[in-house]
Design a protein around this ligand. Structure first.
Ligand code: DI6
Ligand code: FE
Length: 407
């Protein structure tokens, strides 16, 4: 007879299992947890004969897989609220970027900040994400743009994962902007990324993946192909900021390298979506950036659906284009701005986000054998997670079966 560590009873479970209809709902369910993983899950009437060291009734609360934010720039110095005001006066994001502001102003602030300062400000944002049910977060570098400061950012991100219960996946985004030292020599910077940065990050195991920004004022497909080839030679998976402000054939480029994800996709063409459909690359939609930049061009949601491409949703939390520290608000925005259904949104921050991080084998759905990363909610139906604005409906969060303090 098995002895479980913890048995949760009287739960309404949205398992979010792939292929299951209606959120994979199990009414009057129970979840048994052993060694941090789900040992059994199902309707209470089917509970096998077993003992548990501790049994807790959830009093009819809904539970879902803990949420996953698969695209953030959580570590940065300073903020860009002054640029926000400029943009409200009509100056475009691209104009600001081309005149040395934008990403580069955050680069100055991030280079000037110490490890501890970056850690403290990122920790505040990480706690905000956790207070919305997030247990797994991806964090990119990309505001250091030299060897010392890119590695500093990745170290901060790693330390956040090491000092909290949350899982932090780190991504080297050195190809985010051309640093001031390489103005007019972006190929020289790409060489530095390939010859020094990727090898150093790989050797010190500071990066779980490599990302790049494909845009006319950032990096070309040819430059990014070189970065991706180098990343893959170090067995690092790749992902791409693709087709956000113009169609730069980013989706097809990501698909060609079988990237984990292609992110943004507002300007992706039919051909780009078709190329993704033939790869394993997931789509990541970022409605916080769409809203902040006052974009009008919609990502091709219907085409992504018809090709069966997994659609994840993330905050893109960053000081320039998406100062958004709530994954639930990202879900709410994805419904309103991109017409995703509440069920697609919940899948987008659980099952599909796990896929976009290459972590689908052990998280993203509630099922036997996966991690017991579980969010407990004060709601009457899971569609409410995309409905309420400015509400914090989370009532509990378990990570690997252990309760997490939300303050
Ligand atoms: N993600 C990014 O990396 C860029 N846009 C986006 O959605 C720029 C971020 C920034 O302006 O700092
Ligand atoms: Fe981003």
């Amino acid at each position: 007879m098995p002895a479980w560590d913890l048995l949760l009873t009287d739960a309404r479970i949205a398992t979010m299992q792939r292929g299951a209809a209606n959120y994979g709902t199990i009414e009057d369910g129970a979840i048994a947890i052993t060694g941090g993983s789900v040992a059994w899950l199902g309707a209470r009437v089917d509970l096998p004969d077993a003992t548990a060291k501790e049994t807790r009734s959830l009093s009819g609360h809904w539970v879902t897989p803990a949420l996953i934010d698969c695209h953030t720039h959580l570590v940065f110095g300073g903020d860009r609220s002054a640029e926000f005001e400029q943009r409200l006066q009509g100056v475009s994001y691209e104009e600001i970027a081309r005149s040395g502001g934008g990403i580069l102003s955050t680069v100055h602030a991030t280079r000037a900040a110490s490890h501890d300062e970056l850690f403290a400000s990122a920790m505040r944002r990480l706690r905000l994400l956790a207070a919305d049910g997030v247990a797994t977060v991806e964090i990119k570098s990309g505001y250091g743009l030299d060897v010392e400061n890119e590695l500093k950012m990745l170290e901060v991100a790693r330390n956040l994962g090491d000092t909290t219960e949350l899982t932090v996946c780190t991504t080297l985004l050195a190809a985010h902007a051309v640093p001031p030292e390489f103005t007019a020599n972006s190929d020289g910077y790409v060489d530095l990324i390939c010859e020094q940065l990727i090898p150093a990050a790989a050797e010190r195991r500071l990066a779980d993946a490599v990302d790049a920004y494909c845009e006319s004022f950032a990096f070309s497909p040819k430059q990014i192909a070189k970065v991706f080839q180098t990343a893959q030679s170090f067995s690092l998976p790749v992902k791409l900021h693709a087709d956000q402000l113009s169609d730069g054939n980013g989706a097809a480029l990501a698909a060609r390298f079988n990237a984990l994800s292609a992110d943004h996709l507002e300007y992706t063409s039919r051909e780009g979506v078709a190329a993704m459909g033939k790869s394993e690359t997931a789509a990541v939609l970022l409605p916080g950036a769409f809203l902040t930049l006052n974009e009008s061009r919609q990502p091709p949601v219907d085409e992504l659906r018809s090709h069966g491409i997994p659609i994840a949703i993330a905050t893109d939390c960053n000081p320039g284009t998406s100062p958004l520290c709530s994954i639930r608000e990202a879900m709410a925005l994805a419904c309103r701005l991109f017409k995703l259904t509440p069920e697609e949104c919940l899948a987008g921050v659980t099952r599909e986000a796990a896929l976009a991080l290459g972590l689908d084998a052990d998280r993203g759905t509630l099922e036997t054998g996966k991690r017991a990363d579980i969010a407990i909610w004060d709601i009457d139906h899971p569609r409410e997670l995309s409905y309420w604005l400015g509400v914090r409906p989370l009532s509990g969060l378990l990570i690997s079966g252990l309760g997490v303090s939300l303050t």
